[in-house]
Design a protein around this ligand. Sequence first.
Ligand code: NOJ
Length: 557
Amino acid sequence: MTRITETSDQWWKTAVIYCLDVETFLDSDGDGVGDIAGLVERIDYLAELGVTCLWLMPFYPTPDRDDGYDVMDFYGVDQRLGNHGDVVELIRTAKDRGMRVITDLLINHTSDQHPWFKASRKSKDNPFRDYYVWRSDTPPDTSDMAVFPDKEDGIWTYDERTEEWYLHHFYSHQPDLNVANPKVRDEIMKVIGFWLELGIDGFRVDAVPFFLEDVGMSGQDADAMAEPHDHLKNIRAFLSRRRGDAILLGEVNVPHEEQVKYFADGQQLHMMFDFVTMQKLYLSLARADAGPLTEALLARPQIPEDCQWATFVRNHDELTLDKLTEEERQEVFAAFGPEERMQLYGRGLKRRVPPMVDGDPRRVRLVYSLLFSLPGTPSLFYGEEIGMGEDLEAEGRMAVRTPMQWSPEKNGGFSTAPPSKLVARPVPDGYGPQFVNAWDQMRDHDSLWNFVRHLVQIYRSHPELGRGSFQVLDQPHPEVLAHCVTWEDRIVVAVHNLSGDAHAVPLRLDIPGGSVLESLLSREEHETDDDGAVQLDLDGYGYRWFHVHPPHKLRLP
Ligand code: NOJ
């Protein structure tokens, strides 16, 4: 028997995460800015799609110089979006529809407009001085460490008033918090406790490696950070004491081997995005060769039972390719974003999936079929379910943060405000709301929306996809990934063809004689022969998923 009850305790191992920015989702009061009341209006849309966990990008008060990732008050709500009452209504409504809500937790840095930083830069003996990391000696060249090299030339900025430099891994208007300071640590715990108390189910933790590195710290601070992962362990322990089922989903874009440190023995992050596999997936797609993706999946380190990979093919940032070699990156650029205006920071793409594959519906669906069939918890970025494109004229990462396209109406149904008042303009080209929108697609049985919804349903009713052990099945075509996920007595087999040529794929399952392969995406069945062998035909860019019923063991999901 499968231990199906575990799927509720470890709900996050079979969740479907959906990331959105309240600001660009739905504007309920016609001021041109999306708001929490608008999001509540669309909870049923998300429930119908099958989303089980909303990830809200930062909604805190902000000077908005990094789209809300620059926070002025960790306990507040950006007035343009709503207030605490709206947040509580949202959480309640989402819960009623079976959805959990997590939010971004920014504990690496604040905005320079945060009262702590304003106080910190007043004088060297201000009580808040040590909330940030200062140095008095001239810093070395750190230009290779700046995360946004188009705007910053290092990670230290000189403060005229107090004549010292402060640390910031990101923009200079985002000073890094001194997490070695026990007072800062206490503040972080209070912030976590506050949102948990309001009903938030966990956090997407921003920029984790950056606040566990002791760069720039000296003296007592360096001593306090001698075991940096203790800080993360303490956060996790606090979170779990307050709410046993709350999660930490970390942004940790480091090589697989290093990610292990952040899972540790199940006492730090519950989940981490698998940036490496995401990047290798694009390399595989560019080459029409399943090799790089397969290698990445097989090289995933073993992680504790209480941990999980989060999978994704797009997020709100540049589609980073930073973990590929220079040559590999250039291959992906050539295939999916050959023009300079499509690229960002020399390491990533400004584009969304459909324009990258020239709108070829077979390839778009192939990508999402992979996302939902590979082991892990899939995370969608709003608009992926309808195949939205990007606005290449928008500044940097804002290219993919355009308003959600609800209908073919004015402003794509996002807002009734005059276009000049919109927080961002809708995508202007053939991917614009007139051609790509939720209204039309929800009414079209063959739409991408319905396809993604179907994938979500299958994923949810087959917990082996989220929890199972992964195995690559031998077959002769390098262009094809054939894999199997197994959990207890549940088995799903999936085959994906990354090339445009059709292939007949001979497979052999490790189960002797006469298993029934029941297709999950269409109505067809195959039976293996006495040796467990079967042949599956794939069209160019084709994909097929099967529930395997061993001989005489037909089972409902
Ligand atoms: C990572 C976030 O994903 C990104 O959008 C942000 O700019 C940086 N952290 C700084 O907060």
